[in-house]
Every structure is written in structure tokens, then in C-alpha cells.
Design a protein around this ligand. Sequence first.
Ligand code: ATP
Ligand code: MG
Length: 112
Amino acid sequence: MKKIEAIIRPEKLEELKDALHTAQVAGITLSQVLGCGQQMGWTEHYRSNEVLINVLPKVEIKIVVDDDKVEDIVKIIIDTTRTGEVGDGKIFVSDIIDCIRIRTGDRGTAAL
Ligand SMILES: Nc1ncnc2c1ncn2[C@@H]1O[C@H](COP(=O)(O)OP(=O)(O)OP(=O)(O)O)[C@@H](O)[C@H]1O
Ligand SMILES: [Mg+2]
């Protein structure tokens, strides 16, 4: 199992949710977050120079999937959220060692 964490532009969320629904992912977790990448937020939307680091609103989406689904999901995220401008976001993929469905006690991929 792998965890895919994507930080995206908030305005791309609806399109991404639709595509993930079509791809039949088992579940998603969403958070509204603040962040900056290598431009430190400046060149996306300049507001003031009173702070050292300018963080901008982003959406973080977390999905845990079977290994063989990872590339499909990564492609869906890129295809639905990419504008080509700085600030498009980032995708992190990491290993998940177990998953437990609390209701049933199912474990591993059966619990996804
Ligand atoms: N190395 C990182 N670690 C943690 N979060 C990150 C990292 N890089 C980017 N992020 C998160 O992703 C968001 C979008 O990053 P962003 O797309 O600006 O990355 P970038 O490396 O600056 O690429 P670009 O040059 O295309 O803008 C940031 O606001 C931050 O929340
Ligand atoms: Mg950036």
C-alpha cells in the first residue's frame, strides 16, 4: 500500500474530486492548508513584503491505495490540476505498512 499526498491549488479541487470518484478510489482525506514552495509564495500573488515567508492557501489531499493503482492516481492528479504556472503543487508518495478498518477489524488491502 502507498499513501499519496498531493498539495494542489484550491480551485482545482472539484475537478480532482470528480476524477477520483470516477477512478473509484476507496476514500480521500482533505485538508485546507497553508504553504509555500521554492518561490516562498512571492511570485504567485504578491501582497506585502512585511513578512519573511508568504504562505498561500492550498488543499492537501490524502489517498491510500494498492501499489498497482499509484501511477494511475498520480496521472489523474497531474492531468486535473496542472496549469503550468508556478505553484501548481506537489505529490508525495510513501509506503504504508498497514490499514485497519475499525468497524470490522479487516487489515491490509482488504481494509482499504
Ligand atoms: N518540499 C516541500 N515540502 C513540503 N511541502 C511542500 C514542498 N514543496 C512544496 N510544498 C507544498 O506544495 C505547495 C505548492 O508548492 P509549489 O508548487 O509552489 O512547489 P515548487 O517547488 O515551488 O514548484 P514551482 O516552482 O512549480 O512553484 C506549497 O505551498 C507547499 O504547501
Ligand atoms: Mg512554487
